[in-house]
Design a protein around this ligand. Structure first.
Ligand code: SF4
Ligand code: SF4
Length: 229
C-alpha cells in the first residue's frame, strides 16, 4: 500500500506525517502502548491496546529506522490498522493526526511551567525519529540538529536527543530550556520533538509531575484521559 491515496498533499507541508505522530494521537485516544523485541521479525515492535488490554494494532517502533524498510508503507499500514481499530478511514486518521500535531487536547491548557521538561528525563534524554530529523533538515534547523546524535547499528539507525556534541553524552538537563523574564521557556517550542508534545503520557505521569494543566482539566472533566500538550 502507498501512502499517497490517504494523505492530503497540503498536510505534508505542515509536518511530515509519521509513525511517531500517529503514536502521539493514539496516546491521546487513550490507547496504551508497550514496546518489545519480536524474535520472529527481529524488530522492536510497539503494541497498542485499548484500556481493557485488548490489542488494537502493532507497528514497528517509530524510533528504529531499519535498513531496507519502506517507512511510508509502514505508516500507511499503521494508519489503516488504526482506522480499523478506531472506526475511521485511514484518511480521517491521517487528517486527525496532522491536526493533532499543533493542537492541545480539548480542555487541556498547557501552562508552559516546564515541570515535564525538568521532571522527566525522557524529555531531554531519549530518541527522536528519522522523520523528525528530516523535518528539522527541511526547516534548516542546524541548531537543533547539532544536539542530535546518529547511531549506526548493524540492522538499524537510531537518533538520540539531546546529545552534547563536545562530550558525545546526553545533557544532564534540556539545553533548550532557558530562563527568560523570570520564566523557564522552551527555546525551540515551535519545532520541539513529538515526545515533548506528548507529555504527560499518562494520568500517573501527570499526577506525579503535578502538571497544572492536567489538574485543572481533571477538575473540570474527570473522564478525560488528559494526555498530551
Ligand atoms: S504539560 Fe503540564 S507539566 Fe508540562 S509544561 Fe504543560 S502544564 Fe507544565
Ligand atoms: S525541547 Fe523544549 S519541550 Fe522538550 S524538554 Fe526541552 S525545553 Fe522541554
Amino acid at each position: 500500500m502507498t501512502l499517497a491515496p490517504c494523505l492530503p498533499a497540503s498536510l505534508t507541508l505542515a509536518m511530515p506525517l509519521s509513525l511517531s505522530a500517529l503514536e502521539k494521537y493514539l496516546l491521546r485516544r487513550g490507547l496504551v502502548l508497550t514496546d518489545g523485541y519480536d524474535a520472529a521479525s527481529r524488530r522492536v515492535i510497539t503494541r497498542a491496546c485499548d484500556s481493557q488490554g485488548r490489542p488494537a494494532l502493532t507497528y514497528v517502533h517509530p524510533a528504529y529506522d531499519y535498513h531496507g524498510l519502506d517507512r511510508g508503507a509502514l505508516l500507511a499500514g499503521a494508519l489503516a490498522a488504526a482506522g480499523e481499530a478506531l472506526g475511521m478511514s485511514p484518511r480521517a486518521v491521517a487528517e486527525a493526526v496532522a491536526a493533532d500535531f499543533a493542537a492541545q487536547p480539548e480542555g487541556f491548557a498547557c501552562r508552559r511551567c516546564a515541570a515535564c521538561c525538568t521532571g522527566l528525563r525522557d524529555a531531554y534524554q531519549g530518541r527522536v525519529s528519522r522523520e523528525e530529523v528530516d523535518w528539522w533538515r527541511l526547516l534548516g534547523r542546524e541548531d537543533v540538529l547539532r544536539f542530535v546524535s546518529r547511531q549506526e547499528r548493524p540492522d538499524y539507525v537510531l537518533y538520540a536527543a539531546w546529545v552534547n556534541p563536545k562530550t558525545g553524552g546526553h545533557f544532564k538537563r534540556c539545553p533548550w530550556l532557558r530562563t527568560e523574564g523570570g520564566r523557564k521557556v522552551c527555546h525551540i517550542h515551535e519545532v520541539r520533538p513529538l515526545k515533548c508534545r506528548s507529555f504527560p503520557l499518562s494520568r500517573e505521569q501527570a499526577e506525579r509531575l503535578h502538571c497544572p494543566a492536567f489538574e485543572e482539566q481533571a477538575e473540570m472533566t474527570p473522564a478525560l484521559p488528559g494526555v498530551g500538550r
